[in-house]
Write a protein that binds this ligand. Structure first.
Ligand SMILES: Cc1cc2nc3c(=O)[nH]c(=O)nc-3n(C[C@H](O)[C@H](O)[C@H](O)COP(=O)(O)OP(=O)(O)OC[C@H]3O[C@@H](n4cnc5c(N)ncnc54)[C@H](O)[C@@H]3O)c2cc1C
Length: 322
């Protein structure tokens, strides 16, 4: 690891000043410190943001909840009321890595974490994401890669929280140059869709402050399939949210993870399910709409049946759970 300076910010404006042109915000450090150890990132200054006041709270409200960027993933997992109101988010949090990782990982860091593509993570490989000319995964080892992309890089978004938050219509509040900017989850990842070197739409110095989730009285669910039972990344993940009346669905939102550089959502599928009584045929047709434009590479075709199953299972959970 290259030598760096370390500073703790006690206000957002100080954090902005300290980071300068070549610093990085440090939250739990799960992702950033590993990138530094691999020489993927060499920030001159690490700005510890864990002491920023007011960003470590979960605030409940009748219209919306706010979750501070410094709330840990295990705090989401353990929050009894959140489990009832935003079940899918609690389930997504509970699937992140291991309990040790969840104790340290923050909401902001989880949303802003970088690609896990093994070419990107290999220190000696100058892939497209690192400014090289080629996405090596396209014609190489693409087992864990995307089925959808708007550019030539095929590394997918891997943040569990982003998938659940997309289904819940959450807004991410970001400090940019002293102004608060509100981004939907699709907006937070839109740049990664277009630009092979981007992991999200944040610019250097942008600081995630909190996440706002509207209370819509919808049920939600999250499921993922991984190679290992626990302590593993999702091969594919899915979160669904909807109002449920018997088995009839409305205001449906479905988002899939690990198959696109942004949470994968297809409006036509949500629209199709509006007012429908959920049965296998409806769930399968929604999955067909979601996956219609998938581009399969040599080793990742297995993701398609998993994605179909997860759409069906998360929707079924909505109508089964009481
Ligand atoms: C073995 C292992 C398994 C894992 N499995 C999963 C998994 O299954 N699902 C999953 O979702 N994640 C998984 N993770 C990733 C882990 O959840 C993230 O690394 C973690 O959430 C990052 O949070 P952090 O607070 O540690 O961030 P840091 O490492 O401190 O920061 C991560 C990035 O976000 C930036 N950042 C941090 N906070 C902010 C902020 N407030 N505003 C703007 N930028 C910010 C940092 O500069 C850095 O670029 C796993 C990690 C490991 C090591």
């Amino acid at each position: 690891m290259k030598a760096f300076q370390y500073a703790t910010a006690h206000s957002v404006s100080t954090a902005r000043e300290l980071i300068g042109d070549d610093g990085a915000f440090l939250a739990g450090g799960n992702d950033l410190l590993n990138r530094m150890k691999e020489y993927l990132d060499e920030p001159k200054t690490l700005v510890n943001v864990k002491s920023l006041p007011g960003l470590n709270k979960i605030e409940t409200g009748a219209q919306s909840w706010t979750i501070g960027a410094l709330v840990t993933v295990s705090e989401l997992e353990d929050h009894a009321e959140l489990k009832k109101v935003f079940t899918g988010l609690q389930q997504a949090a509970a699937e992140v890595g291991s309990r040790q990782i969840r104790n340290v990982a923050t909401v902001g860091g989880n949303l802003a974490q970088h690609s896990r593509c093994w070419y990107y993570r290999h220190r000696d490989t100058l892939c497209l994401k690192k400014g090289g000319d080629l996405c090596f995964a396209r014609n190489g080892e693409n087992k864990y890669h995307s089925l959808f992309t708007g550019n030539t890089c095929i590394s997918p978004v891997v943040s569990n929280l982003s998938i659940a938050l997309a289904a819940l219509d959450a807004t991410v509040i970001v400090d940019r140059d002293g102004k608060e900017m509100r981004l939907s989850i699709p907006e937070l990842y839109a740049k990664a869709w277009e630009n092979p070197t981007a992991h999200n739409s944040l610019s250097p110095g942008d600081l995630i402050l909190k996440v706002e989730i509207p209370v819509q009285n919808r049920r939600s669910a999250y499921q993922q399939i991984s190679e290992k039972e626990a302590f593993d990344w999702a091969l594919v993940s899915c979160s669904s949210a909807a109002k449920v009346d018997g088995k009839k669905l409305s205001q449906v939102k479905i988002a899939l993870g690990a198959i696109s550089p942004m949470p994968h959502q297809v409006k036509a599928a949500n629209d199709f399910l509006e007012g429908k009584t959920l049965d296998d045929a409806a769930a399968n047709h929604a999955a067909d709409l979601i996956l219609a434009k998938a581009q399969v590479f040599e080793h990742n075709g297995y993701k398609l049946p998993i994605a179909r199953a997860l759409v069906r299972r998360t929707l079924t959970r909505l109508v089964e759970d009481k």
